[in-house]
Design a protein around this ligand. Structure first.
Ligand SMILES: CC(C)(COP(=O)(O)OP(=O)(O)OC[C@H]1O[C@@H](n2cnc3c(N)ncnc32)[C@H](O)[C@@H]1O)[C@@H](O)C(=O)NCCC(=O)NCCS
Ligand SMILES: Nc1ncnc2c1ncn2[C@@H]1O[C@H](COP(=O)(O)OP(=O)(O)OP(=O)(O)O)[C@@H](O)[C@H]1O
Length: 198
């Protein structure tokens, strides 16, 4: 029977970098961020609930959700963040489970669920073991500011909206240290994969 493992970290710690390497190594990935975008598209049940909860001012002229604007609301307000999570997360979990089960039925030996909020939400029950991609606070802040063009204050707010990556690493079954260069991380990913599926 194939294994279902979780991959997590904190914002800009390097989950996508690691999951891209895993994809190159032919490991099927189920990506929570991608599914979280699909379940809030126009016409989906979560879309309607979000507009009811947050008002039509969160919509673009095209009728789609203005994601940066909704982000500016929920990353500044814990109550609103939890409200959004309550709408979106159950849909994301259901879809992730379906996709993972499908891969296992196809005979895959390992499926990775890439879930940024694995420890914050109720996703732990979906996976057997957890891989955490860790990074120093300094590198995390630097990479987040660079990637998203955020000010230091906004980047720190986003980092503070998640459990610190150090705490996640302490709870993990496997840790990938993403403080080195890309090649260094790639080597760790290959070694880990050999360990898991051998
Ligand atoms: C707030 C939204 C609209 C912002 O969209 P945007 O396109 O700017 O960002 P994106 O979705 O790519 O998320 C980027 C990162 O932000 C972090 N993040 C997103 N949502 C949350 C949240 N509710 N709480 C804490 N961190 C979050 C994650 O690390 C994620 O990888 C969007 O993130 C959202 O709908 N969030 C709620 C759903 C969710 O929790 N998604 C995360 C995985 S399930
Ligand atoms: N080892 C590394 N050296 C230098 N830059 C890196 C390294 N790993 C990742 N980065 C860069 O840091 C940024 C964050 O990495 P990545 O997108 O993989 O993180 P993430 O954990 O998936 O983030 P999020 O949760 O926000 O989606 C990206 O711009 C990426 O190119």
């Amino acid at each position: 029977m194939g294994k279902i493992f979780g991959l997590t970290g904190s914002i800009a710690s390097g989950k996508s970098t690691v999951s891209n390497y895993l994809k190159e190594l032919n490991v099927p990935i189920v990506d929570a961020d991608v599914i979280a975008k699909e379940v809030v598209e126009i016409g989906q049940p979560a879309f309607k609930k979000i507009v009811e909860a947050f008002g039509s001012e969160i919509l673009l002229e095209s009728g789609e959700i203005n994601r940066p604007f909704l982000g500016s609301i929920i990353f500044n307000n814990k109550e609103k963040r939890l409200q959004l999570n309550e709408i979106v997360h159950p849909e994301v979990r259901r879809e992730m489970k379906e996709q993972a089960d499908r891969y296992i039925k196809q005979g895959e030996p390992l499926v990775i669920l890439d879930i940024p909020l694995l420890y914050e939400g109720n996703s732990i029950e979906l996976v057997e073991k957890v891989i955490v991609v860790t990074v120093s606070e300094e590198n995390q802040l630097k990479r987040l500011m660079n990637r998203n063009g955020l000010s230091k204050e906004d980047a720190l707010l986003r980092i503070a909206s998640q459990i610190p990556v150090k705490e996640k690493a302490a709870r993990a079954d496997y840790v990938i240290n993403n403080n080195g260069d890309f090649e260094d991380t790639k080597i760790q990913v290959k070694d880990l994969l050999n360990k898991i599926i051998s």
